[in-house]
Design a protein around this ligand. Structure first.
Ligand SMILES: Nc1nc2c(ncn2[C@@H]2O[C@H](COP(=O)(O)OP(=O)(O)O)[C@@H](O)[C@H]2O)c(=O)[nH]1
Ligand SMILES: [Mg+2]
Length: 319
């Protein structure tokens, strides 16, 4: 049932991140840019898309999650598996959609399985005339007041020219997040393992509760039916049915629910729980604006060989 993303061997450490953000923020366009696909072909994301690339010496799996109102409720299902996230904002409609945007951002940053993991805000559509700057988006989301979170910001134009292969400037957008993940890799990796086991147990409990609810309903129905018209042989049949509903599933059958595409579901939740839960260091919040030239091919230069280019400036007054 699960996709084979984990099967291809890589010499780099594996990590999974997700693209969050309202519908139309530019998540899928950005993904197309870093994969070297045509931005013109990007369609609204109905469920989620799962892509894998090597980036900054990480074997990266990216979940591009749908941002529609109904799909946002499913974001939680993917978080236990994440090393960090990217929150995309359409900077040209941020003010109009402020309330919705804030709720979506908070649902990510305050989620149990995201707290303390690095989140990069991408202030997208900087080519639009009436857009907010990165600093304004950062402040609008209240990120400047989040002392408990690790948040970076990057201004961005997701659109890129087609037929030029993977866009290097777009790959640089993720530099800050890749650095954070690499720097805290051991803690994040251990945390993901523990949280996946926790998430799996949560699903198992939910499933058992559902089975119990159905069993009770069936019992009540059977009692009601008997009270109206007692029938000896039909009661036997119902008992059989109740038994079937009550049969618990083995743990390995409990899976992370996909939104749409079954063959592109994250890796199975069958990992053992390590003996202790390491604490995540929660560094002071910072506003990072980085960019650099990155080679995504295996064997590319080490992180300290990355050529730094000037960071953009966020007006202090706005932070
Ligand atoms: N002007 C402008 N349009 C963009 C940019 N990024 C994406 N778009 C457009 O915004 C629309 C929604 O993009 P999409 O990637 O589907 O958004 P998603 O719902 O977040 O995945 C599409 O028409 C894109 O062409 C950008 O940086 N600038
Ligand atoms: Mg999309």
């Amino acid at each position: 049932m699960f996709c084979c993303a984990g099967k291809r061997k890589s010499k780099y450490d594996p990590a999974t991140i997700a693209f969050f953000g309202l519908d139309g923020a530019g998540k899928s366009t950005f993904l197309a840019s870093i994969l070297g696909n045509s931005c013109k072909d990007v369609m609204p994301t109905m469920g989620f898309v799962n892509e894998r690339i090597t980036l900054q010496q990480l074997d990266l799996t990216i979940y591009d999650l749908g941002g529609g109102e109904r799909i946002r409720g499913y974001w939680d299902n993917y978080m236990a598996n994440l090393f960090g996230g990217v929150f995309f904002v359409d900077s040209s409609s941020a003010q109009e959609r402020e309330e919705e945007l804030l709720a979506a951002f908070q649902s990510v940053i305050d989620a149990k399985f995201m707290r303390g993991k690095p989140i990069l805000i991408v202030a997208n559509k900087q080519d639009e005339p009436a857009c907010l700057s990165g600093g304004q988006v950062f402040a609008l989301l209240g990120a400047d007041k989040r002392d408990d979170a690790i948040i970076g910001i990057k201004e961005q134009i997701s659109l890129s020219s087609d037929d030029e292969g993977p866009s290097i400037p777009h790959m640089n957008t993720l530099d800050w997040l890749m650095d954070e993940i690499r720097r805290n890799y051991a803690e994040l990796d251990a945390r993901v393992e523990v949280e996946l086991a926790e998430y799996e147990e949560m699903l198992r409990q939910k499933k058992l509760e559902k089975i119990e609810r159905v069993r009770r309903l069936k019992e009540e129905d059977a009692l009601r039916a008997e009270a109206v018209e007692p029938q000896a042989d039909s009661a036997e049949g119902e008992e059989e049915e109740v038994k079937e509903y009550a049969k618990p599933e083995p743990l390995a059958a409990v899976v992370m629910e996909p939104i749409v595409e079954e063959d592109r579901v994250p890796r199975p939740l069958t990992q053992p729980i390590p003996p202790s839960l390491p604490q995540m260091a929660t560094p002071a919040p910072r506003l990072s604006m980085l960019s650099g030239v990155v080679d995504r091919t295996p064997g590319a230069g080490a992180p300290d060989e990355v050529e730094e280019t000037p960071a953009f400036n966020v007006p202090n007054a706005l932070l």
